[in-house]
Design a protein around this ligand. Structure first.
Ligand code: PMV
Length: 341
């Protein structure tokens, strides 16, 4: 065979305990735990044609257009990790990728895009070697991590853990492990309504943010808190204690942004409407007893997390009270990716 085609769909994920600060070759300074989403995903296809040069060439298109930035990122990744991708020598690759979420949402999920690409390449390796066994997801997580840390967590449904933590013996800094088997059923029903406060590209990238944790005066305290929160969250995920889940999720989100506010140079990615939404949500929870909470990524958008049992109340609260603080009234309604999807 001279031509091979593979494709893959990979989801975005939202961390509850955050990964912020790394060392060595994309190794985390603390463990992290995330929900795997289902509607925000990247679809990637790769067409590989044999050539006579014995070398690998790559051409990348994003949603039908050239994307020099991504082309460069993927080339760099493949060059730096050649040892794992020997099978690509002698192949010309045509890579096409598209996102399920709107162009104008400001969400650029490297977790979804890089894990989708890695899974495609691992499928390609199987085809080239005429190996009919399924792709090893641990290897997919390991190779995704080398492309973008949080991508390590996008390869399993429901919830995943990346980074060594005492109570999970198979946990590793090198790859993520699935948590689905130990998660209380209530967390499998979770929604994530992503309130788009701004659709602009972040003023400070995550790459720079991670590097500002080196020499940060609060770094060691942050890592110790995150390690402790990981163990606390693992217990909560088993017990189904939503009050405690809320306490951990919101503290983690705010601490991530405090790290930015106290780094050198300091910066902030939250916007006035981010705080407005957080205040309104806390008021709503206090007044109604509805157990919805928030988390934040490294950006101004607010992720509202809640179990399916309060879906209708939260959706109408969002519509009546929060959409007005969003860019173009934009909100992306996502849900946790379950095993049967
Ligand atoms: O995977 P990166 O290098 O883009 O870093 C992700 C960092 C956060 O999204 C802020 C936290 C996390 O654990 O996903």
């Amino acid at each position: 065979m001279n031509e091979f085609s593979v494709s893959s769909v990979s989801p975005s994920n939202i961390a509850i305990v955050k990964y912020w600060g790394k060392h060595g070759n994309q190794l985390p300074n603390n463990p992290s735990i995330s929900f795997t989403l289902s509607r925000c995903h990247t679809e990637t296809s790769v067409k590989a044609t044999k050539n006579d040069t014995g070398k690998c060439s790559m051409h990348f298109m994003f949603e039908g257009k050239e994307s020099p930035k991504f082309q460069e990122k993927i080339e760099k990744y493949l060059t730096e990790n050649q040892q794992y991708y020997g099978f690509l020598q002698g192949l010309d690759l045509e890579i096409e990728s598209s996102n399920s979420f709107p162009h104008s949402s400001g969400i650029a999920s490297s977790a979804a895009s890089m894990s989708a690409l890695v899974i495609c390449l691992l499928k390609l390796e199987k085809l080239v070697n005429q190996d009919v066994t399924p792709v090893d997801m641990r290897k997919a997580s390991f190779l995704s991590r080398l492309a973008s840390g949080s991508a390590a967590r996008s390869v399993y449904p429901v919830m995943t853990l990346w980074g060594v933590t005492p109570s999970v013996s198979e946990s590793s800094d090198e790859y993520a492990v699935p948590l689905a088997d130990m998660v209380n059923p209530v967390f499998k029903t979770y929604h994530d309504s992503i309130l788009i406060v701004s659709n602009k590209e972040k003023s400070v990238s995550s790459r720079v943010g991670h590097s500002l944790m080196n020499g940060h005066p609060l770094a060691e305290q942050r890592y110790a808190t995150a390690r402790n929160n990981t163990e606390r969250l693992l217990k909560v995920l088993q017990s189904g204690d939503i009050q405690e889940f809320i306490a951990i999720a919101e503290a983690e989100a705010l601490q991530l942004h405090e790290m930015m506010a106290t780094s050198n140079p300091p910066y902030h990615l939250m916007e006035p409407n981010t705080m407005k939404i957080i205040d309104l949500l806390r008021e709503f929870r206090h007044d109604t007893g509805i157990l919805a909470c928030f988390t934040l990524d490294a950006g101004p958008n607010v992720h509202l997390l809640y179990p399916d049992s309060c879906n209708l109340q939260v959706k109408s609260f969002v519509k009546d009270n929060l959409l007005q603080y969003c860019h173009d009234n934009q909100c992306i309604d996502d849900v946790v990716q379950n095993m049967n999807l």
